[in-house]
Design a binder for this molecule. Structure first.
Ligand SMILES: *Cc1c(COP(=O)(O)O)cnc(C)c1O
Length: 386
């Protein structure tokens, strides 16, 4: 069989199991999207604080720019000529806010997670990773020379057993988790993880705060801030593409780790740095995060409302956050329900295997702080009558 025929056959298999993905065509209009001529409230965005639709923020930021300071490209890796001062300003601000020795900014969370583990690992490294960590972390594990064992999702008893069983055989062990998980919206017990890692001096803790940065903690620094354990997490990573309404990612860590990553991390070294204007926008947002507590409180309140509606309707709802899955099961059924919600003006998308385990296809609501209480109440009514 020729190569294209083989590819076509694979695509047909995906289509037959309702798992074929296509790029959706849409026009964005603030909180809403227009798809196939229909205008809907966007319930599938990662713009958790609703900042991307905030025109006053954009006007204020644009007023700081002139043609001389609007720098659309870095033209190079930061190790060559791409290290504009705004990068160091953002890193200094992050280190100051988190109270850490250092911070390092990356082009994206994907770059961070595929680069950090390979840079820090060797053949005497063991990675212990939660079963549900994000694909970017899985790819980082695949690229690293370390051995890896996945523990059952949030099963810290199993993790403790694995640690005591293997700790004598490795130079270092890296525990890898998300703080707030992408698909179930549930949280890791960071306090317990910190206690576990403290049992052995050669264990590092790596926490990905992609969904919690901006949203959790009194200053929006993430779940580690809420749990008061920032200083105990060796590799604390977050992204700017979600609540911070920008692009890029960061790690806050010890100075030595930052310097090591600058030297060893291939996804940092071999790529053109983000445009300085983008980094300036990130800095502009990061400096305002602490003041956004009312947005965080509103988001928490509407999220609770939606979770309660799902529980009342008999859905299992593992979520403890603004990421709220409605777990349906079969992919075809999930798609039908998502279409029904869309006909009623709610743009929520089905999430299917391989993103989630077989048999747990779901509609993933991802709430944002610019969604009004009445809108969530309407959605809850609709779910009750599904
Ligand atoms: C979105 C996400 C990433 C990737 O971040 P980008 O900046 O979008 O590349 C990494 N980890 C988790 C848990 C995410 O949800």
């Amino acid at each position: 069989m020729n190569i294209i025929d083989h590819i076509q056959e694979e695509l047909h298999t995906l289509e037959a199991s309702s798992n074929l993905r296509r790029l959706p065509q849409m026009v964005h209009d603030g909180r809403e999207v227009v798809v196939n001529g229909q205008r809907m409230l966007n319930l599938s965005s990662n713009d958790y604080l609703g900042l991307s639709a905030d025109l006053s923020l954009r006007r204020e930021f644009l007023a700081t720019l002139t043609p001389e300071t609007f720098l659309p490209t870095s033209s190079s890796s930061r190790l060559l000529t791409g290290n504009f001062t705004v990068y160091e300003e953002l890193e200094a601000e992050l280190a100051h806010l988190f109270g850490t020795e250092a911070a390092l900014v990356f082009n994206s969370g994907y770059h961070a997670n595929t680069g950090i583990l390979p840079a820090l690992s060797d053949a005497q490294t063991l990675i212990l990773a939660d079963k549900l960590v994000h694909a970017s972390l899985i790819d980082g594990i695949r690229l690293s020379p370390a051995r890896c064992i996945r523990y059952r999702h949030n099963d810290l008893l199993q993790l403790e057993r694995l640690l005591s069983q293997h700790q004598a055989s490795y130079r270092q062990i890296i525990i890898v988790t998300e703080s707030l998980f992408s698909m179930d919206g549930d949280k890791a017990d960071l306090t317990a993880l910190v206690q576990l890692k403290r049992l052995y001096p050669h264990v590092l803790l790596y926490v990905d705060e992609a969904h919690a940065f901006g949203v959790c903690g009194p200053h929006g620094l993430g779940l580690a801030e809420e749990e008061k354990c920032i200083a105990d997490i060796d590799l604390l990573v977050g992204t700017f593409g979600k609540a911070a309404a920008s692009a890029g990612a960061y790690i806050v860590c010890r100075k030595a780790i930052r310097e090591y990553l600058v030297n060893k991390m291939r996804t940092f070294i071999f790529t053109t740095a983000l445009p300085p204007v983008n980094v300036a926008w990130t800095l502009f947002i990061v400096r305002r995060l602490a003041r956004m507590q009312p947005l965080r409180q509103h988001l928490a309140a509407i999220s609770l409302l939606l979770r309660q509606a799902l529980l009342e309707r008999g859905y299992t709802c593992p979520s403890q956050s603004h990421i709220v899955p409605m777990i349906v099961g079969a992919s075809a059924d999930t798609i039908l329900r998502a279409e029904l919600l869309q006909r009623h003006g709610f743009y929520a998308l089905p999430v299917r295997p391989p993103t989630v385990p077989e048999g747990t296809s779901r509609i993933r609501f991802s709430l944002t702080a610019d969604i009004r209480r009445e809108e969530v109440e309407q959605l809850a009514d609709l779910i009750r009558n599904l």
